[in-house]
Design a protein around this ligand. Structure first.
Ligand SMILES: Nc1ncnc2c1ncn2[C@@H]1O[C@H](COP(=O)(O)OP(=O)(O)OP(=O)(O)O)[C@@H](O)[C@H]1O
Ligand SMILES: [Mg+2]
Length: 450
């Protein structure tokens, strides 16, 4: 018995769908995000079966990666672009997604056929940007938003690499909902995935992000693609950070650092040079030696401890997980006898970088201790090490690499957990507990350490 055409209500934030409307999405708890869509046709077709293949018989000649010509992008992708893969690049408006991808296309166009599908800007606007960046003459452009046309063109032209800017502008007429809606975005990604795999085209999808920074549209998009890259940055500063949130072909810890200039994005191969310097004698600043993927980075951490009348003092962090900060403050209060109970604590990481690695704990603690005591951290000192809840320092991973970076940047001494190997040109001050570390890391500390 044929059912009447039904409509479906799907959440534009998380992709939850239901047969009836809710004011608040049961999936993600957002209000007013459920929108009506036509239910997909559920006709059952019989399909022929296909023969199976053993893994040893699979052809692997296509596994060679394509260098994108932007070293920082290659690093985040895990050593280049995998042919026939689908990469989603998300980022806030104006962060530089189109610029980054146009630069990659420009570099790749010298050796292979590349196509830019633009739904957001006209060909003339793209050409203006290309003129500003220079040398993108061989990049082919298609200004189109009709999904069917884009797929058909890709199948006929078969460029090696294609950029879709953006997936939210693509529109499949038969779906009936507006461009950018859950169903449209999902359909566009699924169709492009098929084209990518069947025609061997590596596709970059540009995606907009929601107010909380997730790629807009359903999360299902993130499951579909091979790689999700997030392009972050402070709009008011020139530095941009590219990181992988998901990568089927590489690590998700790598970051790429760029600087936005008039001539486009310039890779910053040595971010420690930029973010790892603190003013000598400045109270509340410490240098952390953290690890992002395989790359050690020195970052200046700044802290401010200010008296407050609030019953619940504030702990505000930019670039550090607030829970981690709360833990570090608690460990300092309990084990290093810092009176932080009636003070607001603010922590900031240089350059808008976000630290996820526990190896930076010690430097954060040092910066806070320095701010609380009003005593500067010793000159030319970098620190790394994980803080345990018992106040004991745990060894950080890959200590050798971190020490090497400190030597490279001209640091004279390093404060590290016990057991860290020493180096000839670098004084390694070992500390067993956070209290010991605070005492030996601060200038003239100890006078206050009762
Ligand atoms: N002449 C210029 N000099 C310096 N920076 C510029 C110049 N022109 C553009 N920019 C930078 O490029 C950014 C825009 O880059 P781009 O268009 O690639 O961003 P986008 O992420 O694609 O944005 P959208 O989401 O709106 O498409 C601007 O925010 C600005 O910082
Ligand atoms: Mg753009």
């Amino acid at each position: 018995m044929a059912k009447a055409a039904q409509s479906l209500f799907a959440c534009s934030e998380c992709g939850y769908s239901s047969g009836r409307w809710f004011g608040r999405c049961p999936g993600c708890g957002e209000f007013g995000t459920l929108v009506e869509e036509a239910a997909p046709a559920t006709g059952r077709a019989t399909a022929p079966s296909r023969p199976l293949l053993r893994l040893v018989d699979v052809d692997v000649e296509e596994a060679e990666r394509i260098p994108t010509g932007v070293p920082e992008l290659d690093r985040v992708l895990g050593g280049g672009l995998v042919p026939a893969s689908l990469v989603l690049v998300g980022g806030e408006p104006g962060v530089g997604k189109s610029t980054l991808l146009l630069m990659a296309l420009r570099a790749m166009s010298t050796e292979r056929r590349v196509l830019l599908v633009t739904g957001e800007e006209s060909s003339a606007q793209v050409s203006l940007r290309a003129a500003r960046l220079g040398g993108a003459a061989a990049v082919e452009v298609l200004a189109e938003t009709e999904l069917e046309t884009v797929c058909a063109t890709l199948e006929r032209e078969r460029p090696e690499v294609c950029v879709i800017d953006s997936v939210q502008t693509l529109y499949a007429a038969e779906l009936g909902s507006a461009p950018g809606s859950v169903a449209q975005v999902r359909e566009a990604a699924a169709r492009l995935l098929r084209v990518a795999k069947e025609s061997g085209i590596a596709i970059f999808l540009v995606g907009h992000v929601t107010k909380d920074g997730a790629v807009a549209g359903p999360r299902v998009l993130e499951h579909l693609v091979d790689c999700v890259l997030q392009f972050e940055g402070d709009r008011y500063r020139a530095h941009r950070i590219l990181r992988a949130a998901k990568n089927r072909f590489g690590s998700t810890n790598e970051i790429g650092v760029f600087e936005m200039t008039g001539a486009g994005l310039v890779g910053v191969p040595d971010p420690s040079e930029l973010f790892g310097h603190s003013e000598a004698g400045e109270v509340g600043a410490a240098v952390a030696c953290t690890l992002e993927g395989t790359r050690p980075i020195l970052l200046e951490i700044q802290a401010l401890v200010a008296p407050t009348d609030l019953a619940m003092p504030r702990r505000v962090a930019t670039g550090v997980d607030p829970k981690r900060l709360a833990m570090i403050v608690a460990v300092l209060a309990r084990h290093a006898r810092l009176a932080l109970g009636s003070a607001d604590v603010f922590v900031n990481v240089a350059g808008g970088v976000r630290i996820d690695e526990p190896g930076a704990d010690l430097a954060i603690a040092l910066a806070i201790a320095s701010a609380a005591r009003g005593v500067a951290v010793k000159e030319g000192l970098a620190a790394f090490g994980e803080l345990g809840l018992t106040g004991r320092l745990r060894p950080a991973t890959q200590a050798e690499r971190r020490l090497e970076e400190c030597v490279k940047l001209g640091f004279g001494s390093v404060l590290a957990p016990k057991g860290t190997p020493s180096r000839p040109t670098l004084a390694v001050a070992e500390a067993e507990t956070v209290r010991e570390a605070v005492r030996s890391g601060l200038e003239a500390a100890g006078s206050d350490d009762r």
